[in-house]
Design a protein around this ligand. Structure first.
Ligand SMILES: [Ca+2]
Ligand SMILES: [Ca+2]
Ligand SMILES: [Ca+2]
Ligand SMILES: [Ca+2]
Length: 546
């Protein structure tokens, strides 16, 4: 059944490119990028009637004659509501007119001029737009030989940069060009009740660093075929897979597992990596397919799901080329309900707008390298995008984390503004853990006003906000001591006075950890069959979808 469903979904995912020539028409919506060819979004002027017999909307019996005629003409096979109220906020839901946003499915190939403009002209249609497709903003690099003999924490240069790792654009790494995390952890480690939603390619939680960290929907009885909590998703016991429309949100791509570990890997558990927040809960909302493709329908629905089910921080390390009123509606819903959303500026090294990063209310994050400068080149190429909507930057190159295929593999690194976004979501979650009454606006203001300015290339990093670095590189310690200058001074003095000792002690400790980890790692390598068996036999191994 699952295989059939996946085949069907992959068929649906077939995408194509349309190049619209410049100056091709004043009212024409520019369609320059990827979108799903056999469905499109429609917002109607009135609610469509839902059939009592089928529970869905009959394409040829909407109750609006001219719309029925169009649906017949264009072979509309199915109409579905994008946002159901479920357990959401009815006031905001109605205010944003979310009930009137639908997906129209058709079996036919269409172009904008063929269908969307005709629908937009219909008296019962508010707007029609393509279901665009975006992708994750990080790319995997397997270095294998650069860091394998080092401690895993020491690989995490962005937490405590000793300058030992070179940036991808050449030159040398620079000590201190990090997010000032060691001191920050003295102030706040995270709140166990806070939920951080990770909207990504899914999370593989077999690693000791992630096991037990994933949000469990306590109101849902698993695998009884009933939507016990009536939130619109049956058996969503550990989040939801919006890409394949089921309750098994394993990672088939690796991106989401890396993001999850950057935000929330267990720290001080003698294993793997240190997450920024090792206490809060990670909600798994899979909205990227296993080939890194994300339909805006999944993105919009997963945003609402995250908010409705209690997430206060939403991480979107992904983006698409196109503005969408439907995606904006979902963002507005989240913002109006007080959620903090961070999104990636994206990685093409240009000044274009990507979405959701460019949508008002979203905190857009760019990437810096190990020398503190904007990443003009990641390990794999590309570069951190810039523009008027950028809020801050954070490290985003050579970011090691949990591997999605092998929980005992520690050489996997990803690079991109995705990873920077995860760092900022981690910081936002610590600020909210520290004071749960803080609003998303207050969190944004604290992060912006404590960011480090003038740390980058002088041609780009102008005093104050600029379009390449935003307000600057985030500083977790300064952010977490924003309201307590005495605490800030005390910790700074302590570190300054004892710095050489602490530093040496720390380095020795890390070397010691490294030795242990190495032998554990080597041990795993020495008996790969045992290790392999171990997780082949594991019952709760998430279904691998490829
Ligand atoms: Ca449910
Ligand atoms: Ca159930
Ligand atoms: Ca760990
Ligand atoms: Ca600046």
């Amino acid at each position: 059944m699952k295989i059939i469903l996946q085949t069907f979904i992959f068929t649906c995912l077939t995408v194509f490119l349309i190049f619209v020539p410049r100056d091709s028409g004043t009212n024409e919506i520019k369609i320059s990028s990827l979108f799903v060819k056999n469905k499109f979004f429609v917002k109607t002027t009135v609610d469509l009637g839902i059939s009592e017999a089928t529970g869905s909307i009959l394409p040829l019996n909407t109750g609006m004659k001219s719309l029925d005629i169009l649906n017949n003409k264009y072979g509309i096979t199915k109409i579905e509501r994008v946002f159901n109220l479920n357990n959401g906020d009815p006031v905001i839901y109605n205010k944003l007119e979310m009930s009137r946003i639908y997906v129209f499915h058709t079996e036919n190939f269409y172009t904008y001029n063929d269908i969307l403009s005709v629908y937009e002209d219909n008296e019962f249609i508010d707007f029609a737009e393509p279901v665009y497709i975006g992708s994750a903003a990080g790319r995997e690099e397997l270095s294998g030989n650069y860091f394998p003999d080092d401690t895993y924490f020491k690989m995490q240069w962005y937490l405590d940069n000793t300058g030992s790792i070179a940036p991808s654009s050449g030159g040398a790494g620079k000590s201190g060009e990090d997010i000032n995390m060691l001191k920050a952890w003295e102030v706040e480690e995270g709140n166990e009740d806070l939920i951080i939603a990770i909207l990504d390619s899914g999370i593989d939680d077999r690693s000791k660093d992630l096991k037990g960290r994933i949000w469990v929907n306590k109101k849902e009885i698993p695998n009884n075929g009933i939507d016990d909590d009536r939130n619109g998703y049956t058996d969503d016991y550990k989040g939801w897979d919006f890409a394949y429309d089921d309750n098994s949100a394993g990672d088939g791509f690796g991106h989401g597992t890396n993001i999850a570990s950057v935000i929330g890997a267990y720290r001080n558990n003698g294993f793997g990596f240190a997450g920024i927040n090792s206490k809060s809960i990670l909600m798994n909302c899979k909205n990227l397919s296993d080939n890194n493709s994300g339909e805006y329908e999944w993105w919009a629905q997963s945003i609402k799901y995250a908010v409705d089910n209690g997430a206060k921080i939403i991480n979107m390390s992904e983006g698409g080329d196109d503005f969408s009123r439907v995606l904006k509606t979902a963002v507005d819903y989240a913002v109006m309900r007080g959620a903090f959303i961070a999104a990636a500026m994206m990685n093409r090294g240009d000044g274009k707008n990507y979405y959701p990063a460019s949508i008002y209310g979203v905190f857009a994050v760019g990437a810096t390298d190990t020398d503190g400068r904007r990443c003009k080149r990641f390990t794999w190429g590309g570069g951190s995008c810039y523009g008027r909507h950028i809020a801050v930057v954070a490290p985003g190159n050579k970011i090691y984390g949990v591997d999605y295929e092998d929980p005992y593999k520690f050489e996997t690194q990803w690079s991109g503004t995705s990873q920077s976004t995860a760092i900022v979501s981690g910081l936002a979650s610590l600020l909210l853990s520290q004071d749960t009454t803080r609003s998303a606006e207050e969190i944004k203001n604290i992060i912006k006003s404590t960011a480090r300015d003038l740390t980058g290339d002088v041609k780009e990093d102008k005093p104050g906000w600029d379009m390449y670095y935003g307000y600057g590189r985030v500083d977790c310690f300064l952010a977490l001591t924003y309201v307590d200058s005495q605490k800030r001074k005390k910790i700074e003095d302590e570190y300054r006075d004892r710095k050489p000792e602490i530093r040496n002690e720390e380095i020795n400790k890390r070397n010691e950890v490294n030795k242990n980890e190495e032998s554990e790692h080597d041990g795993a390598k020495a008996r790969p069959d045992n290790k392999k068996k171990e997780y082949e036999n594991e019952n709760d191994k998430p279904a691998r979808k490829r």
